[in-house]
Write a protein that binds this ligand. Structure first.
Ligand code: AMP
Length: 573
């Protein structure tokens, strides 16, 4: 039986939220979070749109993910099944992970990192990357994870903006059989200037190659933790304490540091694991995202651990050593829930059409009971292929609409309850007051396309843009819509018959390429930073594989006869 048992139960939950909004959230918070000090107020709207949740309450997020489960007898349960790029598998139990996180937390403390400090994490997919995030949470340091594919310049901008005092990285990352530098990129970023607040770089030895260590600043993770105790008392923080800042693209040049809270964020990570993924004690959950994105935060580092689940963490890429890797891993680890992005599905459809051996039918996928899609719209053809070939027409697909700013799922089918419609993310979760409005914030009738908004604050919403509260207000609670509606930045329409939402794409200058958000202005400013370029304009165009593709028009300062400049400029991005 699914956690939310059927449409009637879903409707009753929605009704409960409408009738007593604070009571609804209070009950859920009491059932799910372990408090060190109880909260005194559920929702403080006195300084809207800077909403506060569970004020007066205190807790520690890492203790809610690890200590709680160990205390509840799950110490020897596998928390993480880690599969390396080369196929090597390591199992990490809840007790192992708690010890690892505690050692790193003590290591951070020994470097002088304390509550409220910011730590940038530029790591490959690894148990160490997850443990570094949890260790920050344990001591009340705010982490900011930067995706390992980002350039030195992007990394430097984020280090400067967030004011990091330490950076976690690895000597190299290994993906698709290739070793790629990480530590060198950190060195390059720090040398660009403005990063003087960074006192230490902590380096995880992934390959043992390619890292030049700077004495006094750089330390290997294994040396840092060697003498540390595996016990670390969690630092208790306020409900609203910033657990992390995660940068995402906006419609203007500079990326936005989306600041999330502790209690409200964790609550929604747990509830969506239960409601959307219907997580059960024997599940083997696999989210293929990277910890550099919000999906990796909520559905790898926090959600699955907070509910005591077993999850697969994968270092590599879906096409190595061949495009059957995902299916082979589902078979090997008997995954029951699989959550991935439409772009990955589309590329694997292509590969399996070309080679039967990597087609899902060549693998035993009978362990699966639920599939998920995230990050971008899933086209009905890809949905049908996924449903038939991966789910064998018995696994529901949860097409989850959400954003970096929302912290967790917003609009999604619930397994066993919602009638699935390929290409539609269907209905808002209980407590999420999503609606479609016109340009002045007026409700639109079903069937009419408009602007997607959320009418009431919810616990895991963005709290502010790091260091820029004015931009937060303007971007998400614009006066044009009356200043009270959360503006998602997407267009949407509701179906006349069943109220289902279909997302119609961004209404701002943000592109979605393979599920990754990119601002056109951001790309334009990197283009004009190239000395060959005088002016640049960027637009998106539909692409069968990546959803959207970037098209850049540039005016050159001077054209060369060899015709190679377009390629060189594209490569320099
Ligand atoms: P990000 O914050 O990078 O996760 O990007 C969020 C954006 O991705 C949203 O504003 C949407 O434009 C798009 N998106 C995410 N999930 C979906 C989905 N299930 N269907 C359609 N678009 C989606």
């Amino acid at each position: 039986n699914a956690t939310v048992g059927g449409m009637d139960a879903y409707r009753a939950m929605c009704k409960a939220a409408e009738q007593d909004y604070e009571g609804f959230w209070a009950r859920l918070a009491d059932e799910n979070l372990s408090w060190s000090k109880p909260y005194s107020k559920v929702l403080d709207e006195s300084n809207a749109p800077f909403y506060k949740w569970f004020t007066g309450g205190e807790l520690n997020v890492s203790a809610n993910c690890l200590d709680k489960n160990v205390a509840n007898g799950l110490g020897s349960k596998t928390a993480i099944v880690f599969e390396a790029d080369d196929g090597k598998v390591t199992n990490v139990s809840y007790s192992d992970l708690l010890a690892k996180v505690s050692r790193i937390a003590n290591g951070l403390k020994s470097l002088g990192v304390k509550k409220g400090d910011r730590v940038v994490i530029y790591m490959p997919m690894s148990v160490e990357g997850i443990a570094a995030m949890q260790a920050c949470a344990r001591i009340g340091a705010t982490h900011s994870v930067v995706f390992g594919g980002f350039s030195a310049k992007s990394l430097q901008e984020r280090i400067v903006d967030v004011g990091a005092c330490a950076v976690f990285t690895a000597d190299q990352q290994v993906r698709g059989g290739k070793q790629l530098p990480l530590k060198n990129i950190v060195d390059e970023a720090l040398a660009m200037g403005g990063c003087e607040a960074v006192k230490n770089v902590i380096v995880y030895k992934r390959t043992g190659q390619g890292a030049e260590m700077q004495a006094g600043r750089d330390v290997y993770l294994e040396d840092l933790v060697a003498k540390q105790s595996d016990q670390c008392e969690p630092t208790i923080v306020d409900s609203e304490h910033p657990l992390f800042v995660l940068y995402t693209s906006g419609s203007t040049g500079k990326p936005k540091g989306v600041q999330h809270s502790s209690a409200g964020y964790l609550l929604w990570a747990m509830l969506t694991m239960k409601w959307t993924f219907d997580i059960k004690p024997n599940d083997v959950f696999w989210c293929t995202a990277d910890i550099g994105w919000i999906t990796g935060h909520t559905y790898i580092t926090y959600g699955p651990l907070a509910v005591g689940a077993t999850q697969i963490v994968f270092e590599g890429v879906p096409t190595y050593p061949n495009a059957g890797r995902f299916w082979e891993m589902i078979q090997r680890h008997k995954a029951t829930i699989f959550y991935t992005a439409p772009t990955a599905i589309r590329s694997l459809i292509k590969a399996s059409e070309a080679d039967e051996k990597v087609h899902p039918k060549s693998y035993d996928l009978s362990s699966l009971r639920l599939l998920g899609s995230v990050g971008e719209p899933i086209n009905p053809e890809a949905w049908m292929w996924y449903y038939k070939n991966v789910g064998h027409e018995k696994c529901p697909i949860v097409d989850t609409f959400w954003q970096t700013e929302t912290g967790g799922h917003m609009i999604t089918p619930l397994p066993g309850a919602t009638t699935l419609v390929p290409g539609s993310c269907t209905l808002p979760l209980p407590g999420i007051m999503a609606a479609v409005v016109d340009e002045v914030g007026g409700d639109l009738p079903d069937g009419q396309g408009g602007i997607l908004v959320v009418k009431r604050p919810w616990p895991s919403m963005i709290r502010t843009i790091w260091g820029d509260p004015e931009r937060f207000k303007k971007s998400y609670f614009p006066e044009e819509l009356g200043g009270k509606l959360y503006l998602a930045g997407d267009g949407a329409v509701r179906d006349k018959d069943n109220g289902n939402f279909t997302i119609m794409g961004r209404i701002d200058d943000v592109l979605n390429v393979s599920g990754h958000r990119m601002g056109t202005m951001e790309i334009e400013s990197s283009l004009v930073a190239n000395e060959m370029v005088a002016e640049a304009a960027v637009v998106g165009r539909p692409d069968d594989l990546t959803g959207e593709a970037i098209v850049a028009y540039v005016v050159l300062k001077g054209a060369r006869p060899d015709g190679e400049q377009a390629k060189e400029i594209a490569n320099s991005l």
